[in-house]
Design a protein around this ligand. Structure first.
Ligand code: SF4
Length: 213
C-alpha cells in the first residue's frame, strides 16, 4: 500500500488565500475529471508509489510549515485521509486542493479544504458534488476558475443561490492564458462582488508549462 505520487516539490503557494507563502507540495496521481483548461494532465497517470512514512519524513526534513496535497484529484486515493491526519499530527498546516466532485465529508477537520466548483467552461460542472458545501468549514475556501463573462455570471448566481457570502473564502481566478485578469477585475469592481481575485502566482513567476513549481 501507499500513495501514487506524481511529483513533490517546494515552491510558492499560488492559488488560494495562502498565495505567496512557502509551501511543500505533494501532487498525487490520477484525476476523475477532464477540464477543458487542465494544465496538469501529466498528473493523470505518471507517478511512483511512496509509503506514507516516506512522505511524512520528506515533509519533516523539509522544515516547511505549510503543506499542500493536490493532484490530479487527491481524494481519489484511499490513503489520502491517513496522510492528511499524519501531517496534521506533525503540526503542519495542511491544504487539500480538491476538484469538488468527491465527498469531503470525512476529511480531518483541521485540514483546510480548497474546493473547486467547476464553471461551465470547464465542461465538468455536471460532475460537481454540491452536497460538499454543507461540509465546508469557515476556514475553507471555494475556488472558481473563470474563462469568460458567462462563467462569471454563473459564479455570481451560485454564490447567491447557495448563500456563500461571508461563510467561506471565495476565490475567483481568471483561466490563465484564456481570460485577461483585467477583465475579471473590472467585472468584480463593476458588481462590487465581495470576493478575492486570485492569480496563479506561480505562473507569473515561472511561466506556464513548467512542472514542479
Ligand atoms: S480537476 Fe484539475 S487535474 Fe483534474 S482535469 Fe480538472 S484541472 Fe485537470
Amino acid at each position: 500500500m501507499g500513495l501514487k505520487v506524481c511529483e513533490i516539490f517546494t515552491s510558492i503557494q499560488g492559488e488560494s488565500s495562502y498565495a505567496g507563502l512557502l509551501c511543500f507540495f505533494i501532487r498525487l496521481t490520477g484525476c476523475n475529471l477532464r477540464c477543458t483548461y487542465c494544465d496538469t494532465d501529466y498528473a493523470y497517470y505518471d507517478g511512483n508509489i511512496l509509503l506514507i512514512d516516506e512522505l511524512v519524513e520528506m515533509v519533516r526534513v523539509s522544515n516547511v510549515d505549510l503543506v499542500e496535497i493536490t493532484g490530479g484529484e487527491p481524494l481519489l486515493q484511499e490513503e489520502t485521509p491517513t496522510l492528511i491526519e499524519r501531517l496534521i499530527n506533525e503540526g503542519k498546516t495542511v491544504l487539500i486542493e480538491t476538484n469538488g466532485s468527491l465527498s469531503i465529508e470525512h476529511i480531518n477537520e483541521y485540514a483546510v479544504i480548497i474546493m473547486d466548483i467547476k464553471t461551465p467552461s470547464s465542461g465538468m460542472t455536471y460532475k460537481m458534488n454540491f452536497n460538499n458545501i454543507a461540509h465546508l468549514k469557515p476556514k475553507d475556501e471555494i475556488k472558481f476558475v473563470i474563462s469568460d463573462e458567462m462563467d462569471y455570471l454563473w459564479v455570481k448566481n451560485i454564490i447567491s443561490s447557495y448563500e456563500l457570502y461571508g461563510k467561506y473564502k471565495l476565490l475567483l481566478s481568471p483561466a490563465y492564458g484564456v481570460l485577461h485578469p483585467e477583465k475579471l477585475a473590472n467585472w468584480i469592481i463593476r458588481d462590487k462582488l465581495n470576493v478575492r481575485m486570485n492569480l496563479q502566482l506561480h505562473k507569473y513567476i515561472y511561466g506556464d508549462n513548467i512542472k514542479g513549481v
